[in-house]
Design a protein around this ligand. Sequence first.
Ligand code: RIB
Ligand code: CA
Length: 316
Amino acid sequence: MTARPILLDCDTGIDDALAILDFTARGGEVLAVGSVHGNVPAPIGARNTLRVLEIAGAEDVPVCVGAARPLAQPLLTAEHVHGQDGLGNTNQPSPRRPVGEGSAAEQIVRLAHARPGEFTLVAIGPLTNLALALLLDPELARLIPEVIIMGGAVGVAGNVSPTAEANIWHDPEAAQLVIEADWKVTLVTLDATMQALLTPTDLEAIQGATGERARFAWAILDHYLTVYQQWLPGRTCPLHDPLALALVLDPDLATYRTLPTQVELRGLATRGATVCDLRTDPASPSPEPGWRMVRYLDQLDVERFRALFVAGITAG
Ligand code: RIB
Ligand code: CA
C-alpha cells in the first residue's frame, strides 16, 4: 500500500531535521509544512525547515510560520538541547526562498478543504497550530482521516518533567483540544522513541557516507549526541521525530493498542502528562468528558526501524 502524502507540523529542531531527511529520502511525499514554537521560536523553525528541505531536494514544498506561543502559558524553547540556531550551532546559510503567506493553521484548513481525506497530518512539535486550525474550522477533523503525533509518555518518565514529554508539555491545552477532536490520533510516545537509539554502527555508517544528506545529518548530530551524553550512557540519541514519520511509510513497524486518554491540565506536578486509563478494556472507552480513545505503539521493531533510517539518511 502506498503511503498517503503528509502535511507536516514541526519545530525544527535536530530530530525534526533528521525526520524530514529520512522521510523524503525514502519516497515520502510532503505537501506542505507549518512551523510552531517549541525547540526554537516558530520563525527560526521555519527557516531551519526551508534549509533542510533544500538539502532534501524538496524546494517546492511550501513552509508557513505558525504559532509564536502556546495557548495558555508563556513561550519556552529548548536551545539547550538543539543549539542556539536549532540545528546544533552548525551556522547554516540562509535559505534560498522565503516562507509562504498566511499562518500554518490557515494552511492546514486550506489544504484540508482542497484535498479532503487525502493526506495524513503529522505533528512533531507542540500542537498549537493543530488546535488553532480546529478552532478556525469546526469541520476540520472530518476532512483529515489520520493524525500522527510524536508526543506523550505513558509508562516511562517524561523528558521535561517527571511525567510530561516536551511536545505535550509545551502546550497542554492545545494537545487536549487535538486529542478530543473527532479524528483518528496516534501518539508516538517516549515509551517507543526511547527504545529507538542510534548505535555505534549506525553512527559509523552515517559518518562514513558522502552524500549531502548524510553530511548534514552528521554535522547536526554531533551537538545532539553531546547533549544526550548527560542522560544516556555512551554516545547515542533517540530518534523521536524520525520514528513518527517512519510509521507513515511503514505502519507495520509496530503493533498498536488503543487507550482512553486525556492530557493533565491542572496538576501541580503533572501538568502536560498524557494520562491513560489503563484499567479499561480498550474496546469500551471511558464515558467521562475529556477522555478520548488514542492509538499507541505496543511492540516496535526497533532493528528494522533503525536500519531503514540509516538507509534513508545515507542514500544518495
Ligand atoms: O520529546 C521529543 C520531542 O520534543 C521531539 O519532537 C523534539 O524535536 C522536541 O520537540
Ligand atoms: Ca520536534
